[in-house]
Ligand binder design. Structure first.
Ligand code: ADP
Ligand code: ZN
Length: 488
């Protein structure tokens, strides 16, 4: 009962959400815990309630100062004593208050937590620490989509705070990442709570596009329709140039659109964020710099312009939609040229493992784009959740009636042609060859094919020409894309 009354007293809620109570009980019992639950499911409460009951300080490790500031402010408004410490800050009195155990909840950046002197911890231990929560715990793992070196150092804290329960919390974690969190934080037999990743109120849709001004016009028209209804929209772009172009086009038709990207000053970004929260902006056009800590409940549309760099980040970014549980849409527009960015993304890798992780999750995002069957099923199964049905009824592949046709023959031809071209020409050339293009490169490949394909070269070329007159190869290719994965 004490837990419920604490919940009511500080938060005004009458009941706990699924998993919250059991997690809090385990933590109070001193057990390490791993909490993997979707955005908006109420993870924060799991580490905010124990200190109020145990009357000991909770240490919360969080990656972003702005995020900590928001949380501290919200907690103070509820009458909970909270503060944050970072290496950037020289607030000695806050640090002194902290070590005297005067805060219920103390937020710290990972650097700060690893570099405060041991005397800080030993003093605080005498008044009591009830838990160490590591928020956004996937940042610990090289297999995750947002690896942060500072997070890797957190095991040092474990050595100092031997008997304090550690709690890792994240909204996205594949099994590999989960194991990494447990190992890195040296958790002992942790209690693991994995909620469902299924965001039932979100509709998932994907469309293949040709980049260019005509698509931007189409996008603007679509957003105009959205903003006529209430609620906000986020458009995620893969480059700052796209952010600028789309914002400009939206503003030109009278839509209140703002920007958010890494080349803006901190002040301009904060201002943009604030205007969005206050509904002074209808649309936020952003790079993924517009990330953690966006807690706006009524975002109705999240649009991705370009294939995201990982399926984890797509899930997280699209997950900012519909936090209030009301029906909302997540649309992804990709062009095949987006898939050529693998090398660029791998440039961020600092190890072979990390490069492989980046590559794998980018490939998963591509599979999501090309998928011809239920997208929700793919998403959930990627995160290790079983989705019993083959159709969710709430994604484009489930709701759009698509005619099924057997294109094995065309697929075979295309694969053969790619192989004949040597496998290193990209896709346009094999398609040109099959179309019987008169383009110089395509013609030279015809020669190449005769040389390389020693059996029946004529027949292959002849069939190619037949195809070019009767079918939309672009479309065929999309469908084949779906099948290629089966071939693999
Ligand atoms: P997460 O950290 O998992 O993204 P939050 O902790 O920010 O989610 O919670 C999302 C929203 O749900 C918040 O507005 C929070 O106040 C609300 N919430 C959390 N727990 C409960 C509860 N037991 N009853 C009602 N609302 C809750
Ligand atoms: Zn579906």
């Amino acid at each position: 009962m004490e837990m419920e009354s604490t919940l009511k007293e500080y938060y005004g809620f009458s009941t706990f959400r699924p998993y919250q109570k059991e997690i809090i009980e385990k933590i109070l019992g001193g057990r390490d815990s791993l909490v993997v639950m979707a955005t908006g499911s109420g993870k924060s409460l799991c580490y905010q309630v124990p200190p109020l009951i145990a009357k000991k300080t909770a240490i919360v490790i969080s990656p972003l100062i702005s995020l900590m500031q928001d949380q501290v402010m919200a907690l103070k408004q509820r009458g909970i004593k909270a503060e944050h410490l970072s290496t950037a800050q020289t607030n000695l009195s806050a640090q002194r208050n902290a070590e005297n155990g005067e805060y219920d909840i103390l937020y710290m950046t990972p650097e700060k937590a690893c570099f405060v002197p041991n005397s800080f911890w030993s003093r605080l231990l005498t008044t009591g620490i009830c838990l160490v929560a590591v928020d956004e715990a996937h940042c610990i793992s090289e297999w995750g989509h947002d690896f942060r070196v500072e997070y890797k150092q957190l095991y040092k804290l474990r050595d100092v705070l031997l008997d304090v329960p550690f709690v890792g919390l994240t909204a996205t974690a594949t099994e590999k990442v989960r194991n990494d969190i447990v190992d890195s934080l040296r958790m002992k037999d942790p209690h693991v709570a994995i909620g469902s990743f299924d965001r039932k109120n979100l509709y998932y849709g994907v469309k293949s596009i040709n980049r260019g001004s005509s698509f931007v016009d189409e996008l603007v028209a679509q957003i105009s329709k959205h903003v006529a209804n209430a609620g906000s929209t986020i458009v995620y772009c893969t480059t700052i140039k796209d952010v600028q172009e789309i914002t400009k086009s939206l503003c030109e038709v009278g839509i209140k659109a703002g920007m958010y990207h890494g080349q803006m000053s901190n002040k301009a970004r904060e201002e943009s964020h604030r205007s969005f929260i206050r509904d002074e902006l209808q649309v936020m056009v952003a790079t993924i710099a517009f990330g953690m800590g966006i807690d706006k409940p009524d975002i109705r549309h999240v649009i991705h312009y370009g294939c995201p760099k990982s399926l984890e980040s797509y899930y997280q970014e699209s997950g900012r939609c519909g936090r209030d549980g009301i029906t909302s849409d997540c649309w992804l527009y990709f062009s095949r040229s987006d898939f050529g960015k693998a090398e660029f993304y791998c440039g961020e890798a600092s190890s072979v493992n990390q490069k492989k992780a980046i590559m794998d999750s980018f490939m998963a995002a591509q599979r999501y784009c090309m998928k011809a069957t239920c997208r929700r099923k793919l998403l959930l199964e990627y995160f290790g959740e079983t989705f019993a049905s083959n159709k969710c009824g709430n994604c484009d592949n489930c709701t759009d009636s698509k005619e099924e046709s057997d294109i094995s023959r065309e697929a075979f031809l295309l694969m053969g042609c790619i192989q004949s071209c040597g496998g290193y020409w990209g896709l346009n050339l094999p398609i040109d060859v099959l179309r019987g293009s008169r383009h110089r490169n395509a013609q030279s490949v015809e020669v190449l094919m005769i040389v390389l394909v020693d059996r029946r070269p004529r027949r292959l070329l002849k069939t190619s020409l037949t195809i070019s007159h009767t079918m939309d190869l672009e479309k065929i290719f999309q469908q084949i894309g779906g099948r290629c994965w089966v071939f693999n």
